[in-house]
Design a protein around this ligand. Structure first.
Ligand code: PLP
Ligand code: COI
Length: 389
């Protein structure tokens, strides 16, 4: 596709890595393209970052026809920039689009526009440990009429933000409140999609948790308020009695790409992993009798985030002694270790990762806490994802 490029005439100064936080600073440009059924995708353009002009009747403003994605580009030690499994984000965007009656983007086109935009903005990819360039593709209904119907005119865009850690706690354990009133999603609804409405509906519980001093909520299922689903905007995993357990994908849970990657890594390392129903009673019992060894969330923004405390019905439980898991391994970021990757980069210097992952033979390891090991294997897996076929 022809992508027209209009460069900014006043480039901004790049921020100091220590001031980044999450999603507060934006790069110099943004990508946009439009869709109408008769024309397909058209008018692909990279333009200076700016406010949008939108019709007051635009579908997204009234009926919430919006989906988004989140993925990261990392700066490697050799200076090149690489994306983490971008094709998985494009595939998930298309599954979200199908659910919300928005148009899908052919995978090749999705990769083409994403890499063109990242190439344009790659100087904004920070290099300090724990930092990356967060990419936020989004799509919304842009019809100028108040009728409720499947969207006709759609806008797709990508913005980018250099980021540090998502939680103010960084890699230190966060406190989580188990939410037993509001639910995030139900089967048959939109829980498996990344649509804006899911996040709007979760804000009330998030605000309640924050008021009580917790970073996020642990969501229970919408029918029984019994089975664990997700933690905030992350998938959740527990190590109970030596086994890693995570809620199975049931339709109301977002199929996280970090979740999928962690499970692949864990299985290839020989760990026992189950994707199944986990009741809050089972978790409470494991917390009571000490068999809950570790708990953590997985997601692009927060990567692998240890949980140090869980609060259920005003009762507080400490996980893993609430200890910080900061260690040389957890301090290492994918960008630091990926320098070991083979440097067969494209001429533009961008290095999209492949989807391929070859499981390795299980290896014995016992020296580190389990969460440390996940960080280790996670970090090593980046090398795998770096390798081009
Ligand atoms: N669950 C929710 C609700 C999310 O918003 C996210 C973040 O994208 C995740 C899980 C983790 O998904 P991923 O690992 O693909 O970022
Ligand atoms: C992500 O992890 O990428 C997310 O989208 C989570 C949140 C910032 C909405």
């Amino acid at each position: 596709m022809n992508i027209s490029i209009t460069k900014t005439t006043c480039p901004k100064e790049k921020p100091d890595a220590s001031t980044l936080g999450f999603g507060k600073i934006f790069t110099d440009h943004m990508f946009l393209m439009e869709y109408e059924p008769e024309r397909g995708w058209y008018d692909a353009r990279i333009i200076p970052f700016q406010n949008l002009s939108i019709h007051p009747a635009a579908t997204v403003l009234h009926y919430g026809s919006e989906i988004f994605e989140g993925l990261k580009a990392y700066r490697r030690e050799d200076g090149k920039v690489q994306l983490f499994r971008p094709i998985e984000n494009i595939r998930r965007l298309n599954r979200s689009a199908e659910r919300l009656c928005l148009p899908e983007i052919p995978e090749e086109l999705g990769m083409e526009v994403l890499t063109a935009f990242v190439n344009m903005e790659q100087d904004w990819t920070p290099s300090a440990p724990g930092t990356s360039l967060y990419l936020r593709p989004l799509m919304f209904g842009n019809d100028e009429t108040l009728g409720v119907h499947a969207v006709h005119h759609t806008t797709f865009m990508i913005i980018a933000s250099p980021v540090g850690s998502y939680y103010k706690e960084g890699i230190n354990p966060v406190g989580i409140m188990i939410e037993d009133e509001d639910v995030r999603a139900v089967k048959g609804g939109t829980g498996y999609t990344k649509c804006g409405g899911n996040y709007a509906a979760s804000n009330r519980a998030g605000a309640r948790a924050e008021k009580k001093g917790y970073a996020q909520v642990l969501w229970l299922d919408g029918v029984h308020r019994k089975y664990i689903e997700e933690v905030g905007a992350m998938n959740v995993m527990f190590k109970i009695g030596g086994e890693v357990v995570t809620p199975m994908l049931s339709g109301s849970i977002l199929p996280g790409i970090t979740r999928m990657s962690c499970l692949e890594v864990l299985r290839s390392e020989g760990y026992k992993v189950s994707e199944r129903l986990i009741s809050v009673d089972e978790l409470a019992e494991a917390m009571e009798n000490g068999t809950l060894e570790e708990a953590w969330g997985t997601g692009t923004a927060a990567v692998v985030s240890p949980i140090g405390e869980l609060c259920y019905k005003d009762k507080k439980y400490t996980v893993n002694g609430g200890r910080s898991v900061r260690s040389p391994s957890t301090c290492m970021t994918p960008s630091r270790v990926s320098s070991g990757a083979r440097s067969r980069t494209s001429s533009a210097g961008l290095f999209p990762l492949t989807d391929q992952f070859s499981p390795r033979k299980p290896r014995h390891k016992a020296r580190f806490s389990f969460l440390h090991q996940i960080h280790f294997t996670w970090i090593k897996s980046y090398r795998k994802y770096c390798e081009t076929p």
